[in-house]
Design a protein around this ligand. Structure first.
Ligand code: AMP
Length: 447
């Protein structure tokens, strides 16, 4: 029950209005400590209810009578536009019975309109680091009176090359009384460094380890002979599975476009999202998916960051993600807050070892599934090592990179230079501002 927390009655009223009955584990663990004013470092995945875990204590701190706003009192930094928009919605839902106002600053939106919004001074500012820093440098932003700073998806902000920007913005909030840092993973040395710099004597809450990932989600693999065969399996799944909404993940923009083209040809109502799509396309795709006009989204990891769509109950990994963390993020789209979900990864011989290293990382074994109508010849390695990896299968570079060999080969030598390495969707900032550093890859993919 949310009434167990010492939250203002106006917030409890909003919680009841939203039909939140039981707090999730991250909320149970974090809300009381956050209300005490402690610095927190929380490891919790998307879908765990982490947003409410910091938004409710934040609102509780800021709540008060209506008055002229003179200072920004809380700042939420996060990696992507979509996450920022979703967080704003969450803040607005919880603050509906209060006078608290929140504002959004992300790339891809009009700079001057944002500056005008800042002149009105929101109580809570939510934004991505690149554009916030630009507004700061332009003299439009005063963070000196921020009392509470939240870094959401801090690990992802680091992966996206925002470390320095985040630090600079945190330093601007020099008079803050509390800082909370959320990350989906325990992170590496970069995250430890950031924690050392921005948090004071933090309490570490590790609410769901990756092995507890998406309890309500069944995780399956289906073996396939090659990409064309994967497409057949995909079509079978879309035509025969029961689902409300599905998301299909690819590792490259080229593959996302290709699958999208195939699905459109089959008259599926589909959208494709990747880093080359502009803000308008992204908004349209997400709105249509939310409204239910479109049931299927084809996306790369970057494009799908922070996506929170109700009823998204099937995730298909057309390409296996390269790291365990990316897998966790993808699967985190489904089975949210206790709902049922289905996650299916399509595995060719080249994907097998990657898949088994992700199983080991998650300490889970995916369910093996065969579909007799589209069964191929490859059913997994003849022999596996204790690690689960195939005996005698050398990792093929091209497979591991998700390269569509068939397409590549067909292009011939002259065109190769431009098409034979459809790079993984680069982690270009969703703001399109900061160039991004190379990703940290975990777990190890090779032997
Ligand atoms: P998050 O992990 O913050 O992205 O939350 C995932 C989804 O779960 C969001 O749609 C929230 O609105 C929803 N949610 C969060 N906490 C609860 C709760 N205690 N009961 C029901 N739904 C929740």
């Amino acid at each position: 029950m949310f009434s167990q927390f010492a939250l203002h009655e106006r917030l409890l009223k909003a919680v009841a209005e939203l039909n939140f009955v039981e707090p999730t584990p991250v909320q149970t663990a974090a809300i009381p400590l956050a209300l005490e004013g402690r610095d927190l470092r929380v490891t919790a995945q998307t879908g765990s209810g982490k947003t409410a875990a910091f938004v409710l204590p934040m609102l509780n701190r800021l709540i008060g009578p209506a008055k002229v706003r003179v200072d920004i009192r809380a700042l939420i930094l996060l990696p992507t536009r979509e996450l920022a928009q979703q967080t704003l919605k969450e803040v607005e839902r919880f603050s509906q019975f209060t006078f608290i106002k929140a504002g959004l600053i992300t790339g891809g939106e009009d700079f001057k309109v944002q500056a005008a919004m800042l002149r009105k001074v929101p109580d809570i500012l939510i934004g991505t680091p690149g554009r916030l820093l630009e507004q700061l440098n332009a003299g439009n932003l005063d963070l000196k009176h921020v009392e509470l700073l939240v870094l959401d998806e801090a690990d992802r902000m680091l992966d996206m090359g925002f470390a320095e920007d985040v630090e600079r913005l945190a330093n601007e909030c020099a008079n803050r009384q509390q800082t909370m840092l959320f990350s989906a993973t325990t992170g590496g040395s970069g995250l430890r460094e950031m924690i050392g710099k921005v948090l004071k004597d933090p309490q570490h809450l590790q609410v769901n380890s990756v092995s507890e990932l998406a309890e309500g989600t069944r995780q399956q693999i289906i073996t396939a002979d090659h990409n064309v065969h994967k497409e057949q399996v995909l079509h079978w799944l879309l035509a025969n599975e029961t689902y409300k909404k599905a998301i299909i993940f690819t590792n490259t923009r080229a593959m996302a476009d290709r699958i999208y083209g195939r699905l459109v040809a089959l008259e599926y109502k589909t959208f494709v999202l990747h880093g080359e799509k502009d803000q308008k396309d992204r908004k349209l795709a997400i709105d249509r998916l939310k409204q239910g006009g479109v049931k299927i989204l084809v996306a790369t990891d970057v494009a799908a960051r922070g996506l929170d769509v109700d009823g998204l109950d099937m995730v298909i990994n057309f390409d296996m993600p390269r790291t365990g963390d990316d897998y966790v993020h993808r699967i985190g789209r489904t089975g949210r807050a206790g709902a049922e979900g289905l996650a299916i990864s399509l595995i060719t011989h080249g994907d097998w070892n990657l898949m088994s290293s992700i199983e080991r990382y998650l300490k889970q074994k995916f369910e093996r599934r065969t579909i007799k109508e589209v069964k191929g010849t490859y059913t997994g390695p003849k022999k596996v090592k204790a690690s689960g990896k195939a005996v005698g299968v050398k990792k093929k570079k091209s497979d591991a990179k998700g390269v569509d060999k068939k397409k590549t080969a067909a292009k011939g030598p002259t065109k190769r230079k431009t098409v034979n390495r459809p790079k993984a969707e680069s982690l270009v900032s969703q703001d399109g501002l900061a160039p991004l550093k190379k990703r940290v890859t975990r777990p190890p993919v090779s032997e």
